[in-house]
Design a protein around this ligand. Structure first.
Ligand code: PEP
Length: 264
């Protein structure tokens, strides 16, 4: 049974004060009878994992605002070098020291707005796996790639490049993949449940072909792209979708709570 992950990616939103308010509100909800206690039990018993990815400058206040161990924190990006003359970058040891469990690698905005290549992302993935932080590695096709029928080719090449040097135990135990079709991110267009399931099933089959049954069975695959409380339950009911990576709806604590409840 794979542990479900509900992860919020705040992107460049929520400064330190807003991050503290959000985490405090979520902690209060976990202690409340408004669905919170049931959710807290699901987290404590290992059925669900809750992750928030604040911008770098809000990580410290999000970490400090936690009163329980129900919420894990992720960074949204990292440099692959451990330190040095890289102005404006943040290293994995710094991210680990700041209290993060996870780091998002290869989000579509990093690929398409900031020009991160498959080669650069392979380096980041390997460096993450050598650090004390775990990767949430994002893949996904653009609208042109989907309409021209090359979704599978794109996912395959993004993953083949990223995981070429990894081993089965690492893939099964340490890596989370997020399938995020670029055309569905921040656009209000969600992939249909069956399109999302087909893509996640395809990713699991790729993992099976390269790493075998045990690794592909334990690999967690998230869906991301305009997830809301109205569609989260149906997406989570798909057999190859093990969680959700949520942008816009993760900025509203009540919507985020409803999405958590839909995973129960
Ligand atoms: C994301 O940022 O990873 C994302 C999926 O955004 P949204 O939910 O807003 O589409």
């Amino acid at each position: 049974m794979r542990r479900k992950m509900i992860a919020g990616n705040w992107k460049m939103n929520n400064g330190p004060a807003a991050a503290e308010d959000f985490v405090s509100a979520l902690e209060e909800w976990f202690a409340s009878d408004r669905g919170g206690k049931r959710s807290a039990d699901a987290v404590s018993s290992g059925r669900i994992e809750i992750v928030l990815a604040p911008p770098f400058t809000s990580i410290a206040s999000a970490v400090a605002a936690r009163r329980t161990n129900l919420i894990d924190i992720a960074a949204q990006n990292a440099h692959h070098k451990r330190g040095g003359a890289f102005t404006g970058e943040v290293s994995l040891p710094m991210i680990e020291e700041s209290g993060c469990k996870y780091v998002i690698i290869g989000h579509s905005e990093r690929r398409h707005v900031f020009g991160e290549t498959d080669d650069a992302l392979e380096k980041k993935l390997i460096a993450t796996l050598e650090s004390g932080v775990l990767p949430i590695f994002c893949v996904g096709e653009t609208l042109d790639e989907r309409t021209s029928g090359s979704m599978e080719k794109v996912l395959s090449s993004q993953l083949t490049s990223a995981w070429s040097s990894l081993t089965s135990d690492v893939i099964g135990e340490m890596v989370v993949i997020a399938y995020e079709p670029v055309w569905a991110i921040g656009t209000g267009k969600t992939a249909s449940d069956s399109d999302a399931e087909d893509a996640c099933d395809f990713i699991r089959t790729l993992a099976y072909d390269k790493f075998g049954i045990a690794a592909s069975d334990s690999l967690r695959i998230l869906y991301g792209g305009s997830v809301k409380p109205e569609n989260s339950g149906a997406l989570l009911a798909q057999s190859d979708i093990d969680g959700l990576l949520i942008g816009g709806a993760s900025l509203d604590v009540e919507q985020f709570e409803k999405i958590i409840e839909s995973a129960l």
